[in-house]
Design a binder for this molecule. Structure first.
Ligand SMILES: NC(=O)c1ccc[n+]([C@@H]2O[C@H](COP(=O)([O-])OP(=O)(O)OC[C@H]3O[C@@H](n4cnc5c(N)ncnc54)[C@H](OP(=O)(O)O)[C@@H]3O)[C@@H](O)[C@H]2O)c1
Length: 263
């Protein structure tokens, strides 16, 4: 039976590359984001290349009602979601006290609330059918507090804890849940996070297609935690042995590097 995979944030970056990975498996796709033109362009390309069905939903996940609206639209069309990929997300660089409150609350809405709502809506059907899974995109940032990316890092800590907890509830159901935790990846993330303050990056970034391939492979293998790249795995491992204050200090320094400090 052909599976159907719903991917949020499929209009660019890691989500777009994940769409290509699952399309190569001949999975049918449901692509969700705000940028309809980008989603349609990808859908057209993947339909042609892989002879699959691709359905596009334009949705703003910063709006509280979007998750339910997506679920209702698919249910109304009789479309079943076998795999849910909660990839849509963004962050804002800057001091917490200075960044606009509404935008910071939107980070929580997109990165946490929409992810939880979509998981709650689609997971019961997967458990009932005894197949499928959820791939939540977290971050290495979820493992340590991130000065100048404070709200973002905290949302990813939530994603990490939530995903691991739900995964532990599922053995024997035929359904798996994976937290994918990339480090710096070459996408639009920094552009969105920095807006006008965008500078040339000093930090080496993993290509989005490489990161997506690891996520895809580890999800297929049923891994609970997936971290692409040796250096990211090393960071997550080393944090456990460092005094609590040190990782956050180092992350602050790292974020300044990413800002192009010292140029
Ligand atoms: N790049 C990194 O260094 C990095 C590192 C660790 C984790 N991550 C995580 O990876 C995931 C994908 O990000 P990316 O790096 O691929 O960045 P990206 O290229 O900016 O992609 C972000 C995606 O999220 C979608 N999105 C953002 N806000 C949305 C909203 N309100 N409603 C619906 N969709 C929304 C965007 O689509 P539209 O703009 O079309 O809506 C876009 O498709 C995120 O969860 C991010 O936190 C990234």
């Amino acid at each position: 039976m052909t599976e159907t995979v719903l991917i949020t944030g499929a209009s660019s970056g890691i989500g777009l590359e994940l769409a290509k990975c699952f399309a190569a498996d001949k999975s049918n796709l449901i692509l969700v984001a705000r940028n309809t033109a980008a989603l349609e362009a990808l859908a057209g390309q993947l339909r042609l290349q892989h002879k699959i069905d691709v359905y596009v939903i334009t949705a703003d996940l910063a709006r509280l009602e979007s998750a339910q609206a997506i679920f209702d639209e698919l249910k109304g069309r009789g479309m079943i979601v076998d795999v849910l990929i909660n990839n849509a997300g963004f962050g804002l660089h800057g001091a917490f006290a200075e960044l606009p409150m509404d935008r910071q609350l939107e980070i929580i809405q997109v990165n946490i609330t929409a992810l939880v709502a979509l998981t709650r809506l689609f997971l019961p059907g997967m458990i009932e059918r005894m197949r499928g899974g959820v791939l939540n995109v977290g971050s290495v940032a979820g493992f340590l507090p991130g000065p100048h990316l404070g709200v973002y890092s905290a949302t990813k800590a939530f994603v990490q804890s939530f995903t691991e907890a739900v995964a532990e509830e599922l053995p024997g159901t035929g359904v798996t849940v994976t937290a994918f935790c990339p480090g710096a990846t070459d996408t639009n993330f920094s552009k969105v996070a920095r807006g006008e303050k965008q500078r040339i990056h000093k930090v080496a970034k993993m290509p989005a297609d490489v990161a997506a391939r690891v996520a895809h492979q580890d999800f297929r293998a049923g891994k609970v935690i997936s971290v692409p790249g040796f250096s990211n795995r090393l960071v997550i491992f080393a944090i456990r042995f460092l005094p609590r204050w040190l990782p956050r200090r180092l992350f602050k320094y790292y974020n300044r590097m990413d800002e192009g400090a010292g140029k």
